[in-house]
Design a protein around this ligand. Sequence first.
Ligand code: SAM
Length: 249
Amino acid sequence: MTDPRHASRPAQADVEHPRTIRSFVRRAGRSTSGQERALRELAPRFVLPYQARALDAAAAFGDPPASRLPLILEIGSGMGDATAHIAARMPDKRFLACEVHEPGVGALLMKIEAAQLGNLRIVAHDAVEVIAHMLPEQSLAGIHVFFPDPWHKLRHHKRRLIQPPFVHTLARHLQPGGYLHCATDWQPYAEQMLAVLSAEPLLANRAGDGYAQRPDYRPETKFERRGVRLGHGVWDLVFTRRESATATD
Ligand SMILES: C[S@@+](CC[C@H](N)C(=O)[O-])C[C@H]1O[C@@H](n2cnc3c(N)ncnc32)[C@H](O)[C@@H]1O
């Protein structure tokens, strides 16, 4: 007879908090010494600890309380090239970058230091949890999701970020008039993005009914330039949050 102490059943914590499907795997890969130094020295100022309660954005950015600059969230900032470029270009906005890959966080910290960016903060945590717990609804002026992991294999499609329930959550976190900007170089994912975003009643496609031109604020990445030379495509999608789900174009 099986010893009940060794029977395989989920722990109580798993029953109460079932693990969600993640859109990332923690990649191996060590930080360089420069990234490690940046993590050590700059994280206390620029990396906000994940917390399961609303972020006090004014305190986190050190704004005077009266200042309410628009807040833009980036999901999966990678090595932070586009993030730092855009934050430098838009000093009148505040940027919150979510990234789980530590060397990427270190790389972005180095860029923050090099360009003296005061309007950018990082949360080194799953963006799905950050948006659910740290950011109130209608608190964001924009959301950037640039080249999210495409999860090519059919059995991994459930890990893709851009799916109806999460897009609905993203839309609810945008202020009316705020925008969701996604970009991908994987055509099947672009098609999924277009279908999912177009079906979300809170969102309206700025480009009418198709893909958008790359907005000038999004820099072309090295990888993207190479892909374009090789004849691969890149698709941008920019959707705006409607006043309410009942409004139509
Ligand atoms: C393919 S990379 C693209 C990075 C960057 N946006 C670019 O264009 O180069 C996707 C990034 O998203 C991050 N990521 C995926 N899911 C995430 C999540 N739920 N929260 C935070 N970061 C996530 C990964 O760690 C990875 O660095």
